[in-house]
Design a binder for this molecule. Structure first.
Ligand code: NAP
Length: 286
């Protein structure tokens, strides 16, 4: 069994992003900028945002936090995003999810200019991904594709199973695998006989949000297993895969922590540099 070491790979990616950002600043005399909108005081969101700002600073990307009260109205939040769309300092905008109840998440995300939608959660970018067109790809599934690539795991013709069909992980993950020529099955809470389906998979990607949910008898001998889940139990982080019993059966597996998580921020920052280059090219009329 080989560990898919996302932590190690993310260090390498961040170094590369830092070099790229420095070169872009030298050439264009413009610093790449990322606006992060955080509403309310969800403790997990606060940690994610803090890490995004820290990693952006490391990579020479200017990140600014827009902290809003949890009682902010839909209209005021939409106005803030519209203002950020027009602000030339920012090439990427993200609205940290989840938003407090009462706010229409998708409507707010869809207010973000398509070119600045570096989380790739907007309907236009998701639609482009669906059509196999060039799109701003969601950070977590994009990071997983990069990690599999780094370990030279060839997805063509692979029998892949994605457990989970959320709009931010499961569905875009399945589409990205399909665009990489894997044969994809998507499972969810209504799937019958889940274990029989997951056991057929050469590549099993799990994004369910249930602590150690996937057991050894649900996994094929020699499968590649990617665990997206992050479940905090008594202060300790566990994945959706029961690592202790599943890992010995696999050819490759991601640990939790240190697997998928560290890559998500890297791909978000990579998307910010892609957005920067696209926006500057459009401005120059290229
Ligand atoms: N490491 C990272 O960077 C990162 C990023 C994003 C998310 N995550 C983690 O990944 C996990 C999933 O996140 P998410 O946002 O995709 O979650 P989500 O929106 O809650 O979606 C969970 C999915 O799991 C499915 N599901 C629930 N119970 C199931 C069962 N018994 N059998 C099969 N499928 C089942 C649900 O099916 P239905 O659609 O039928 O309800 C749903 O599609 C969470 O632990 C989250 O914290 C990690």
């Amino acid at each position: 069994m080989i560990l898919l070491d996302g932590k190690q790979y993310s260090k390498k990616l961040k170094e590369a992003l830092k070099i790229k950002a420095t070169q872009l600043i030298e050439t264009n005399k413009v610093t790449p900028g990322l606006a992060i909108v955080l509403v309310g005081n969800n403790p997990a969101s606060q940690i994610y945002v803090r890490n995004k700002i820290k990693d952006a600073a490391f990579c020479n990307i200017y990140a600014e936090l827009f902290l809003e009260d949890e009682n902010i109205s839909q209209e005021k939040l939409v106005k803030l995003v519209q203002k950020l769309n027009k602000d030339d300092r920012f090439h990427g905008i993200i609205v940290q999810l989840p938003l407090p109840k009462g706010l229409d998440e998708q409507a707010i995300i869809d207010t973000i200019d398509e070119a600045k939608d570096v989380d790739g959660f907007g309907t236009i970018n998701k639609g482009k991904l669906f059509c196999g067109m060039k799109a701003m790809e969601s950070a977590t599934p994009k990071g997983i594709i990069k990690l599999l690539d780094e370990y030279k795991i060839n997805l063509t013709g692979m029998n892949a199973c994605v457990v989970g069909r959320s709009n931010i992980v499961g569905k875009p993950m399945a589409l990205m695998l399909l665009n990489k020529n894997a044969t994809v099955t998507i499972c969810h809470s209504k799937t019958k006989d889940l274990g029989t389906i997951t056991k057929r998979a050469d590549l099993l990607i799990v994004a369910v949000g249930k602590d150690r949910f996937i057991k050894a008898d649900m996994v094929k001998e020699g499968a590649v297993v990617v665990d997206v889940g992050t479940n905090r139990i008594d202060g300790k982080l566990y994945g959706d895969v029961d690592f202790a019993e599943v890992a010995p059966k696999t050819s490759y597996i991601t640990p939790v922590p240190g697997g998928v998580g560290p890559l998500t921020i890297c791909t978000l920052l990579e998307n910010t540099l892609i957005a920067y280059e696209n926006i500057l090219k459009t401005k120059k009329g290229e």
